[in-house]
Ligand binder design. Structure first.
Ligand SMILES: Cc1ncc(COP(=O)(O)O)c(C=O)c1O
Length: 463
């Protein structure tokens, strides 16, 4: 298969020259530029199956699926060929007041795959914009719902530690203090409830009592805000950027039920967990809870192209109908919305998922990974291993008993990941949480390589 194909790197790329240009001209996202070069970044020239290949031809297992988006491996022949065929037709045409073949086909396919009553697909270009769209849709929906009867619904409720992206709306909604400190003047207020984490809790609680407390606070707050809430927004399955924090049993169900009770909309941000990583195509199916708005991106195109989708119910969609002069149109749209190449890649991704019945095989893979991780559990620096589907967060701590983190300046997480690279695995941590989110096509041998590399990294950095 793809694994055995040639990965010869075109000789015109000179590493030294590229590094000079990289240092001189490029500003990397979420990257402390002052230590960028010291941390020996990879310089990728190509990819092959679950591997990235650098300019020197060295192969690295892509342990984080190229930031959680690569679903089926790199240079997947079916997706490559779908994008090439689409290129022979057209790369892009606007979707504003217009349509295109792959955009229509993908919308129909997603609407049929999504649980009822999610029937409408609105495209955008990234996870952040998928969430931003959902926020704006919810707000405008209430203004136009039942002649504005419920128009006092302007507030959004989110969780602490949540991450929903980097646009102003999605940062507002997110619960990451550092980003709020930096961008505070740009942000709007959000009603925030504590993340029901099962790892750290305030004094006087135990894990179960704290999780119960968080559930009660969430229920009480939603009821208190009641008619003022436009929507409750949550990442189902796990809070990704928070360090793959999973929820206690029944939490999402209760959140959905109390949200319905007060009549607010429920928004699921499945940007990270959607498209199969949970073991179901959409995590809401695994959780048995259907939202009013569902945000998808990352794996939607198999990790090939920037395409996102916000799925909405027919009821929401209908609130936007009316004569153009009534101003009920949804006032949002990007130049590249519904890009034809992205839609073709997404259709091919869905074909591969279906034809190879990849989701049916996922529970076995998840189990294998869970067992492979067992050998890390007793290591003194491993505070907790959290797994949801094929997503894992391994939290490293200086004291397992007290859960004391390492000093941030020690950069333990990045050093462990750097060391894992010596075993041919590329990882990107979240602070001191080592994240594993490989393509779902990962084999047993590659899973072993992944876990061996993490173990090697921990041993080398922490003894
Ligand atoms: C849950 C969630 N929502 C939104 C986003 C933002 O997606 P993007 O980086 O494509 O804008 C991310 C990115 O990691 C995410 O994990």
């Amino acid at each position: 298969m793809a694994e055995t194909r040639s990965h010869r790197v075109p000789s015109r790329w000179d590493r030294h020259q590229l590094e000079q240009w990289d240092d001189r001209y490029l500003w990397h996202p979420f990257t402390p530029q002052s230590v960028y070069r010291e941390e020996e970044p990879l310089l990728i020239a190509s990819g092959e199956g679950c591997y990235l290949v650098d300019v020197d031809g060295k192969r690295y297992l892509d342990g984080v699926g190229s930031l959680w988006c690569n679903l089926l491996g790199h240079r997947r022949p079916e997706i490559d060929s779908a994008v090439r065929s689409q290129l022979d037709q057209i790369a892009h045409a606007t979707l504003l007041g217009n349509s295109s073949v792959p955009a229509i086909r993908l919308a129909r396919r997603l609407a049929k795959l999504a649980p009822d009553p999610l029937t409408r697909v609105f495209y955008s270009d990234s996870g952040s914009t998928a969430v931003e769209v959902a926020l704006k849709m919810a707000l405008q929906f209430w203004q136009q719902h039942a002649e504005g009867e419920q128009s006092e619904r302007k507030l959004f409720l989110g969780l602490s530690e949540a991450y929903h992206g980097d646009t102003v709306g999605s940062v507002s909604l997110g619960g990451i203090d550092l980003f709020h400190r930096r961008f505070g003047p740009l942000l709007f207020d959000v009603v925030r409830v504590p993340s029901p984490t099962g790892y750290r809790w305030p004094e006087g609680f135990t894990a179960p009592t704290y999780q119960r407390h968080c559930t009660e606070v969430m229920e009480r707050t939603i009821r208190e805000q009641g008619q003022r809430l436009a929507a409750v927004v949550v990442e189902p399955g796990f809070q990704g950027a928070a360090g793959i924090l999973t929820y206690p049993e029944g939490y999402l169900e209760r959140l959905a039920s109390v949200t319905r009770e007060v009549g607010a909309l429920l928004i699921f941000d499945e940007v990270a967990v959607g498209m199969g990583r949970s073991g179901s195509l959409f995590a809401c199916q695994r959780e048995g809870v259907v939202p009013d708005l569902l945000c998808l991106a990352k794996g939607l195109t198999g990790g090939y192209l920037p395409l996102a989708a916000t799925l909405a119910t027919e009821e929401i969609y209908e609130a936007f109908l009316g004569a153009p002069e009534a101003g009920r149109t949804f006032f949002h749209g990007h130049t590249y919305t519904g890009n034809a190449l992205g839609c073709a890649a997404a259709l091919a991704t869905l074909d591969v998922l279906e034809n190879e019945r990849l989701l049916e095989g996922l529970p076995l893979k998840c189990d294998y990974l869970r067992r492979a991780l067992d050998r890390l559990r007793s290591r003194p620096a491993v505070g907790q291993i959290r797994q949801y589907g094929l997503a894992v967060g391994i939290e490293l701590v200086s004291d397992r008993k007290t859960k004391e983190p390492f000093p941030a300046a020690d950069r333990v997480g990045p050093r462990v990941c750097r060391s894992a690279r010596d075993r041919g695995v590329f990882l990107r941590p979240l602070g001191d949480v080592v994240v594993l989110m490989p393509p779902i096509t990962i084999s047993r041998r590659q899973t072993d390589q992944l876990v061996d590399a993490v173990e090697h990294g921990i041993r080398e950095v922490l003894g």
